[in-house]
Structure formats: C-alpha cells, structure tokens
Design a protein around this ligand. Structure first.
Ligand code: 6CS
Length: 314
C-alpha cells in the first residue's frame, strides 16, 4: 500500500519533517509493506484545498492547522483563543496529549466532517510581527492582520481594534512587503523560515497563543483499516508526540537566534504586566465565544478550561 500525508509546510519545516519521520517509522514497522509519501505545502494547493482533499479521501493523511476549518468545525476554533493555553511549552504538551475534551470530544466533532484528529501537538509559542511596535492592546488600532479562516480570529483582533484578512501563508510575504497587510502571527521558527522578519521591523513575544497542528486521517479510510494496521498508525502517532516536541523546540530556538543575528527586526518580549493587560482585553472574547458563537459546545470549552487549570494549578 502507498499512503500520502500532505502538510502545510516546506522541506525542513516542522510539519514536513514530522511527515517524513512518520513515513520512516511506518515503513520500518511494516517491513516496507506500507510506504508513505510526505507532501509539502503547495504540492496539492493551499491549506484549505488540502483540508478539502483529506475530507474527500483524496489523501489518506494530513498535518492540518485547525485555523483553516474554523468555519466548518466551529469548536476547533478553541485553539485560536488568545491567552487560554499556558505559555509553558511542557504544560501545553501535556494538555494536548492528555485532554479528553480534545482527544475524545473535539475528535468527534471533526469526525462529523470526515476528519479524524489522531493527535494535537504544538509547533511552539506564536509571536506577532508588525512594522510598528505593539506593546499594549491599543497599539493594534487600525492595523490589518493576516489570519487563517477562523471567525473567532476576527473577534479576537477586533477586541484590540485591528482588522483581519484571511490569506494562505504563501501569499503573506508579498502582502507584508507591499504593506497590504500590516501584521501576522506565527511560531518563531516559521517567521524565520518564511523570511517574514525581512519585511517586518518588530517581533513581539506576546505569550498570546501557541500554534497547534493536528495529525489527521480521513475518517472513513481510518475506520476501514485492519485492526493491526490501525494499531501501527496509532502507536506511531503516539511516539511522535514527544519527538515533535523536541523538534519544534530545536527549530524555534534556532529561529529566534537567527532573527536576532540578522538584526533588522527588534524583538520585544512582553513582561507580566503587559500580558495581564492583554489578558484583560481579550476576556470578553472568551465569554463571547462561550455564549455567542454559533455551533460551539460550551461544555467542551468548560471541560478544556478545567483540564488546563488542573495542569497549570491556577
Ligand atoms: O501561517 C500559516 O498559515 C502557516 N503557519 C505554520 C506554522 N504552518 C502552516 C500554516 O499554513
């Protein structure tokens, strides 16, 4: 058998090396009976094209960011909520691995759309970049920020006074360069790898969120696998949780160093007071999400919040 795993990133980047490692392990475990082709961003279209393809069974497997199906699976927008998850990467790692709200309840919601999330993992803390320094929520006023396809992202930036624009990341460098977009958010390794720092003067380590990716399978395909094959897939995905944690850490540390070395982007790290100010500004959006957003399950949100509190002790 040959399977395909499509990713939203290029050679060397976290999602792509994840898919290569997945392929390597599956081939080893099955003695070469199953091979997996890792596909990079662009090979089969944009991120939204890839999501559709997985849903239709055009590919068996995908590494997918929940932000691109926010309109279809509203509960997946929980990952784009600012200041909900802790900033400690070890704690995030534990929550993503163990959360029942995510691994059972949210999984079911995705499965209604033929997407089976086999695992959630972080690609690291996200930073904001812009051509103006953003030190408090009001500094966002009037800026246009690029986001993925998630209505909640609009609400979040609206709370700071900014407007949003949805784009595939492949169009983002040019948009920033031409200043049709003022700002964006991404994990640090990716900012460096996609060279966004070349066209942005400031990078804010804001603690506002981490970047979650999901290892996904087409639901009908996955459910139809023989039990022994399914077990190999599950085992491999589980092993890769710790593997990718180390990989993203390495890449994010190297990316931060490279941005500092390059020197043209000023790095601003938020202190506790700044984080507290942003937290307060975003609180109404947490409530809005729970009470007002159509199609979301408030119980899933409450459950996840409880699980987060258990891990952080707050
Ligand atoms: O900003 C984006 O849309 C892209 N960022 C990352 C870290 N991975 C893929 C995604 O499409």
């Amino acid at each position: 058998d040959q399977w395909r795993m499509v990713t939203e990133e290029l050679q060397g980047e976290v999602q792509f090396v994840y898919a290569q490692e997945f392929a390597k392990r599956i081939e080893e475990k099955t003695g070469g009976a199953i091979t997996v082709e890792a596909l990079e961003y662009g090979a089969l279209g944009s991120e939204t094209d890839q999501a559709q393809l997985l849903q239709q069974g055009g590919v068996e497997l995908a590494v997918m960011s929940p932000g691109f199906t926010g309109g279809q699976v509203p509960d997946g927008q929980i990952f784009s909520m600012h200041y909900l998850f802790p900033t400690d990467q070890e704690q995030i790692h534990q929550i993503l691995k163990d959360s029942e709200a995510l691994n059972t309840d949210l999984r079911k919601k995705y499965e209604e759309h033929s997407i089976t999330p086999l695992a959630y993992w972080s690609e690291g803390q996200m930073a904001w970049t812009s051509n103006t320094a953003i030190k408090s929520p009001s500094d966002w006023e009037g800026l246009n920020v690029r986001v993925q396809e998630s209505p909640l992202m609009r609400e979040s930036y609206d709370a700071y006074g900014a407007t949003v624009q949805s784009l595939s990341w492949g169009e983002l460098y040019t948009a920033l360069d031409r200043e049709t977009v003022d700002a964006q958010e991404n994990p640090i390794f990716f900012i460096e790898s996609a060279s966004f720092n070349e066209v942005q003067d400031y990078m804010m380590i804001s603690g506002h969120n981490n970047y979650v990716a999901m290892t996904t399978a087409n639901t009908e395909w996955y459910n139809g696998l023989d039990d022994n094959v399914k077990a190999v897939v599950d085992e491999t995905v589980k092993e890769l949780q710790d593997w990718v944690f180390d990989e993203q850490k390495k890449q994010n540390e190297a990316g931060l160093q490279a941005i500092k070395d390059e020197g043209s982007t000023e790095v601003i790290e938020f202190d506790e007071d700044q984080i507290a100010e942003f937290r307060e500004a975003i609180q109404p959006v947490h409530e809005y999400y729970r009470e007002e957003v159509e199609g979301i399950d408030p119980e899933l949100f409450d459950k996840l919040k409880g699980e987060i509190e258990e891990v952080t002790g707050e």
